[in-house]
Design a protein around this ligand. Structure first.
Ligand code: SAM
Length: 217
C-alpha cells in the first residue's frame, strides 16, 4: 500500500484501485449504526458521491435485503468503488454509476421508485447546486415514505454548532467559495419541503456531525 497525492480533503491510502479513507475508518461504524436505526432495511437504495466506496461496502454487507446502487462522478473514485464491489462479492452491492446531481435531469434514466437515497459528506464539498439537484432528484425518485439520509457537518438556524465546524466552513470556502457547511433549518429544510420531503430525524454524531433523515410525503 502506498500513499497517493492528496485527494479532496484527506490523504487516502491506495492498494491497486482500492482507496482507504481515514475519515471512513473513523466514522463508518457510527454511520452504519445510525443508518440501521433510521433507514429502510430492504428494497432499493441509491448512493450519491460514494468516494472510495467503503461506506457502501460496510453498510450493504449488514443489509443483504437492501439492493445498494452506488457510484460517483469522479473516475478515480469509481475505480475504487468497482474494486471494493469486486472484493466484497456481495449480491446486493451494485455499480458504479457516474451520476452527477448537478446535471440536468440526472435521475431521468433511473427506474424509480427507490426506497432510499443516501449521500455522505457530499453537499458541503460541492456548490449549493449539488444540494438542490440531490433534493430535487430524491423528491422524484423516492416512493411515498421513502427516505433521504445525509451525513456531515451542518449549521442550525444560521449558527455553527461548534468552533471546529466554523473553521471547517472557512477552510472549505477558501478552497472554493461555492463550497461550505450547509444550514439545515434555513437552507435544507426549505429545499426538502419544495421537493415533497419533510425532516424526520436529526441524529447527533461524533465530532459535531449530524445524520439527517428526510421522509418523502
Ligand atoms: C468528500 S467526498 C465523500 C465521499 C464519501 N461519501 C465519504 O464520505 O467518504 C465527496 C464526494 O462527492 C462527490 N461529488 C461531488 N460533487 C458531486 C455531484 N455534483 N454529484 C455527485 N457526487 C458529487 C465527489 O466526487 C466526492 O467523491
Amino acid at each position: 500500500m502506498n500513499t497517493p497525492k492528496e485527494t479532496a480533503l484527506e490523504q487516502r491510502a491506495i492498494e491497486g484501485a482500492k482507496m482507504y479513507s481515514p475519515s471512513v475508518a473513523r466514522n463508518r461504524d457510527v454511520i452504519r449504526d445510525a443508518f440501521l436505526r433510521t433507514m429502510p432495511q430492504e428494497g432499493r437504495l441509491l448512493e450519491i458521491g460514494a468516494g472510495t466506496g467503503e461506506h457502501a461496502a460496510h453498510i450493504a454487507s449488514a443489509l443483504p435485503k437492501l439492493q445498494w446502487f452506488t457510484g460517483d462522478p469522479d473516475e478515480t473514485a469509481r475505480a475504487s468503488i468497482a474494486a471494493w464491489i469486486a472484493d466484497m462479492k456481495l449480491d446486493n452491492l451494485h455499480g458504479p454509476h457516474a451520476l452527477d446531481v448537478t446535471a440536468k435531469d440526472w435521475d431521468g434514466a433511473l427506474a424509480a421508485p427507490y426506497d432510499a437515497v443516501l449521500s455522505i459528506n457530499m453537499i458541503h464539498i460541492a456548490p449549493f447546486e449539488a444540494a438542490q439537484g440531490l433534493f430535487a432528484g430524491a423528491g422524484r425518485l423516492l416512493r411515498s415514505s421513502g427516505k433521504l439520509f445525509l451525513y456531515g457537518p451542518f449549521s442550525r438556524e444560521g449558527v455553527h454548532t461548534a468552533p471546529s465546524n466554523e473553521a471547517f466552513d472557512e477552510s472549505l470556502k477558501s478552497r472554493d467559495p461555492r463550497w461550505g457547511v450547509r444550514d439545515l433549518d434555513r437552507e435544507l429544510v426549505p429545499l426538502a419541503n419544495e421537493n415533497s420531503l419533510a425532516l424526520e430525524e436529526v441524529v447527533e454524531m461524533p465530532a459535531n456531525n449530524l445524520s439527517v433523515i428526510f421522509r418523502k410525503n
